[in-house]
Design a protein around this ligand. Structure first.
Ligand SMILES: [Fe+2]
Ligand SMILES: [Fe+2]
Length: 146
C-alpha cells in the first residue's frame, strides 16, 4: 500500500461523519449530533496526529526541509483545531446558527487542506519515501491513538 491509499480514505471518512453531525444539528437532534461531532473531532485529531508525528517527519527527512509544504499543513491543522473547539462550544450551547456557520468555514478549510495533501503532499510522499520504509511507516500510523 502507498501513503496516498492509506491517508485519502481517512479524509473521506471524516467528511462523512462531519456531514452526519451537521444534518443532526440541523434537525435539532442534539444528543446524536454531539455523539457524531465527538466522533468527527476524534477522527480528525487522530488523522492529524498521524501526519504530524509520523508522515510529515518522514517526508521532511527525505526532503531535508521543515519549511516546505509540511509547515503550511501544520499551520492549517492549528486553524482546524481552533474551529473544532468553537464548534464544540456551539454544540454545548445548542446554538444551531453558530454551529452551522462554523461548519461552513470548517468545510471550506478542510476541503482545501485535504485537496492540497492529496494532490501535492501525499503524491510527493509516494515519490520520495523509499519503498522499504513505506510499510513500517503505515504500520506506525495504524498503531497511533489519541
Ligand atoms: Fe493534514
Ligand atoms: Fe490529511
Amino acid at each position: 500500500m502507498i501513503v496516498s491509499q492509506y491517508m485519502t480514505p481517512e479524509h473521506r471518512a471524516c467528511d462523512t461523519i462531519f456531514a452526519k453531525a451537521e444534518n443532526l444539528v440541523a434537525g435539532g437532534d442534539w444528543e446524536q449530533a454531539e455523539e457524531a461531532y465527538v466522533n468527527f473531532a476524534n477522527d480528525v485529531l487522530l488523522h492529524f496526529k498521524k501526519e504530524e508525528e509520523t508522515l510529515f517527519p518522514a517526508f521532511e527527512k527525505q526532503t531535508g526541509s521543515e519549511q516546505g509544504p509540511t509547515q503550511v499543513m501544520r499551520f492549517e491543522h492549528e486553524q482546524v483545531k481552533g474551529l473544532i473547539g468553537k464548534m464544540a462550544e456551539a454544540i454545548e450551547g445548542k446554538d444551531k446558527d453558530a454551529y452551522l456557520s462554523l461548519a461552513e468555514s470548517m468545510m471550506i478549510l478542510l476541503q482545501q487542506h485535504n485537496m492540497k495533501e492529496e494532490q501535492m503532499l501525499y503524491a510527493m510522499c509516494d515519490r520520495v519515501i523509499p519503498r522499504t520504509d513505506r510499510e513500517a511507516l503505515i504500520e506506525t500510523m495504524e498503531q497511533e491513538a489519541l
